[in-house]
Design a binder for this molecule. Sequence first.
Ligand code: UGA
Length: 433
Amino acid sequence: MKIAVIGTGYVGLVSGVCFSEFGFNVTCVDNNEQKIKNLQNKQLPIYEEGLEKLLVKNMQAGRLFFTCDLAKSVKDADIVFIAVGTPSKDDGSADLSYIYSAVDQLAPHINSNAVLVIKSTVPVGTTKAVKSYLQEKGVNISVAFNPEFLREGAAVDDFMSPDRVIIGVENKKAKDVLRNVYRPLYAFNIPIVFTGLETAELSKYASNAFLAVKIGFINEIADLCEVCGADVKEVALAMGLDKRIGDKFLQAGPGYGGSCFPKDTLALSFFSKKFGVKMSIVDETIKSNNSRRKKMINKIFDACNHDVKDKHIAIFGVTFKANTDDMRESPSIEIVNALVDGGAKISIYDPSFSEQAKGIFKDVIWSSDVYANCENADAIVIITDWPEFRAINLGELRKRVKEPLMIDLRNIYKVSDVESFGFKYHSVGRAHK
Ligand code: UGA
């Protein structure tokens, strides 16, 4: 079976590489020539654990290719995945122009027996609309919608051993072809759920929005903990032990970021209104998450007695979450900029050494390790929960800083541990000395 994947962003690239690891012949297509050239030279545009190894292996095995030639790749393909971006427009709706541009380009060339599968996150009704659009152009092919649930930083594992695979289909042919594509996962008893197109489209938004609500909920519980004397980590533990609730996505922090939750909650809110339904819980979550960053900024200013001018603030982690170099919608952007505006001198250590971050924060010092980052610091602010921060030698940190003040927006440490080294410790939703 020959697969073409259009779009070599996060979803397209990981899916393409992993399909080739399943043993299929895969061609990944992108109109960015430099990106394709780099990929042909085995250079990845993103950092993702385990991806490079699989890419090299499958290219060497002669079943993974990269090209800008969309026409040729779709002509040969039995199945074509569209995995281009659907970013937010100013009004919050999903911008489908990349989808339709891909459809326009593939329409004259796609094999009439092929199945066209949309993998990008798209509003309910899009896959059917694409089918009608193709029919108007005289192209009659089967379509399907197959959302991706992979997380940045764990994308390869999520693809290779997902909790579930959801496939929206319109007919038996699409179902059979996609069942064959995901056949390698049957061996591991991964549930593969076939639904209608609309159900699969909505399942993706509903899943992301639900997780965003969960995060928004625990963040508000954290606010309550701070004034009533409860401990949010313990509340989350108590809640999570109930199997109906589950313990995941209950970590209070600076609010969700990334390229998915902010965009998908907005799009869900937007298109549901078009159907005449208001997603009031999602709307409140969006508002609550937007105000979260301001709250974190206030927390830092409060801890610094509202005077950060000329203070050296050492930032730990700026990516939107750990194990990625992605800065999209990262809470750190607003937080660091507010500190810079307040006159603080900022140094940053981020284990990804993110080039994206270097493009965003200009007037800051970039440190090569966590200890150097704290030399003579007036305060430490932890924004991203990189695993390597957990094992930091707090005694060594204490020796390096000028003022023992730590503001931890991810609740990485036990309060008593940090305080035992003489730090004044502020975290999220917990009581401190
Ligand atoms: C998310 C979903 O988890 C994936 O299932 C989905 O496929 C993906 O979006 C997508 O739509 O493509 P991702 O954006 O990579 O994946 O990141 P998450 O691990 O979900 O984290 C999102 C944000 O929530 C991060 O800013 C993270 O720090 C924050 N978060 C997460 C919390 O603040 N608390 C938590 O308990 C968990």
